[in-house]
Write a protein that binds this ligand. Structure first.
Ligand SMILES: [Cu+2]
Length: 165
């Protein structure tokens, strides 16, 4: 057994050195010709998330006898995650409800509770405490409205001045 292993090892040691240039050559040529991502593919670490998935809009709401902020803004192009961080211990804020979305969650004092709402249609979504006393609003802009923060200042049209002279 030992001998067989030794023989195997010795043949394996001999082989690569004699064959390496032969089979490496096309690989090296290929690597040189291929675009980098392809050439680097054998490297183990893969990107953590597919780039096509839209990033999540995460909104934090501090809960302390009320919602702060009480008005949240998101857009319809991105899934929305609202993270409620409850600080108070009153019974009022124990639950949060998004009636239109059929979401009801219990909030634990001293903890963050993330609620995934997914991508939402444009509009206003009310959220409130379980007793319907405290209220907040999640505003979802339409995607089309999103990329218009400040319109580019259009230069004043040049005076119709003849270039003469
Ligand atoms: Cu309440």
């Amino acid at each position: 057994m030992l001998r067989a292993d030794q023989r195997l090892q010795s043949t394996m040691q001999v082989r690569p050195t004699s064959l390496r240039p032969l089979w490496l050559a096309p690989l090296l040529v290929g690597a040189a010709l291929a675009p980098w991502p392809l050439a680097a593919q054998p490297a183990p670490p893969a990107p953590p998330s597919p780039p096509s998935a839209p990033s999540v809009t995460e909104l934090r709401v501090d809960v302390d006898g009320g919602y702060s902020p009480a008005v949240l803004e998101a857009d319809s192009a991105h899934p929305v995650r609202v993270v409620f961080v409850r600080h108070d211990r009153g019974p009022c804020t124990r639950e949060v409800v998004f009636p239109a979305l059929n979401v009801r969650r219990t909030l634990t004092t001293g903890q963050a509770t993330a609620i995934e709402l997914g991508a939402l249609q444009p509009g206003e979504y009310e959220f409130r405490c379980g007793m319907n006393m405290l209220r907040g609003t999640l505003r979802v802009r339409s995607v089309a409205a999103a990329p218009t923060p400040t319109p580019l200042p259009t230069p004043a049209p040049p005076l119709a001045r003849p270039i003469a002279r």
